[in-house]
Design a protein. Structure first.
Length: 207
C-alpha cells in the first residue's frame, strides 16, 4: 500500500513538472515572438531611414547623368574661354561673330545647368578639363589665318561630339531634369554645328 501511494505521488509530481516546463516554454516562445517582430520592424525602419537620404542626394540621377552634367559644364566653360580668345586673335569677321555667339549661348547654358547640378549632387567645375585646356594652349600659340583655321576645325569637331553626347543623354538618361536641360541644350548645339560647318566650308577647312 505504501509503495503504491509513493508511486502515485511521484507520478503526480512528474506530471506537474512536465506541465510547468511546457508552460514556461510557451511563455518564453510567446515573449520571443513579439520581441523578434519588434526587432525586425526596427531593422526595417533603420534600413529605410538610411536609404532615404541616399536616394535624395542625387535626385534619382544615374552616374552617367551626373557625368554628363559635369562634362557639359566643362565643355561650355571651354567654349566660352576659347571664344574669348578668338575675339582677340581672329582676323575673320564670321569667326568673330560665331565666337560672340559661343560666349552668349554657352554662358546661358552654364546658368541653366547649375541648378540641375545642385539638384543631383554634382559640384560645378572650376573650369575646362585638362584636354580642353591643352587645346586652348595650342590655339593661344597661333595667330592670323592659322588661328582661324585651327579654331574653326576644333569647333566643328567639338560640336559634333557635343551633339552626340547630348543626344545620348536625351535617349539614355534616367533623370528627368537632366534630360530636359539636355534637350534644350542640344537645340543650341545643333544650331552651332550647322553654323560652324558653313563657315568651315566657306574657308575650305577640312572636316
Amino acid at each position: 500500500m505504501k509503495n503504491n501511494q509513493i508511486c502515485r505521488n511521484m507520478s503526480v509530481l512528474a506530471a506537474a513538472a512536465v506541465f510547468c516546463c511546457a508552460s514556461a516554454l510557451g511563455q518564453m516562445g510567446g515573449a520571443q515572438q513579439p520581441g523578434g517582430s519588434n526587432m525586425q520592424q526596427n531593422n526595417n525602419a533603420m534600413q529605410n531611414q538610411s536609404m532615404t537620404p541616399m536616394q535624395g542626394m542625387n535626385g534619382g540621377a544615374s552616374p552617367s547623368d551626373m557625368e554628363f552634367v559635369k562634362k557639359a559644364l566643362q565643355g561650355s566653360m571651354a567654349e566660352v574661354k576659347t571664344a574669348q580668345l578668338a575675339l582677340q586673335k581672329s582676323s575673320n569677321e564670321q569667326v568673330k561673330q560665331f565666337a560672340q555667339r559661343m560666349i552668349t549661348d554657352h554662358s546661358k547654358l552654364i546658368e541653366q545647368m547649375k541648378p540641375v547640378a545642385a539638384q543631383i549632387g554634382v559640384k560645378v567645375p572650376n573650369g575646362p578639363d585638362k584636354k580642353e585646356t591643352m587645346q586652348y594652349d595650342k590655339l593661344q600659340a597661333l595667330s592670323g589665318s592659322d588661328f582661324d583655321q585651327a579654331y574653326v576645325k576644333d569647333m566643328v569637331k567639338d560640336h559634333k561630339m557635343d551633339d552626340q553626347d547630348f543626344k545620348t543623354e536625351i535617349n539614355m538618361g534616367q533623370s528627368v531634369s537632366v534630360k530636359e536641360v539636355a534637350s534644350k541644350g542640344d537645340v543650341v548645339v545643333e544650331s552651332h554645328l550647322q553654323e560652324i560647318e558653313a563657315i568651315a566650308k566657306g574657308m575650305n577647312v577640312g572636316m
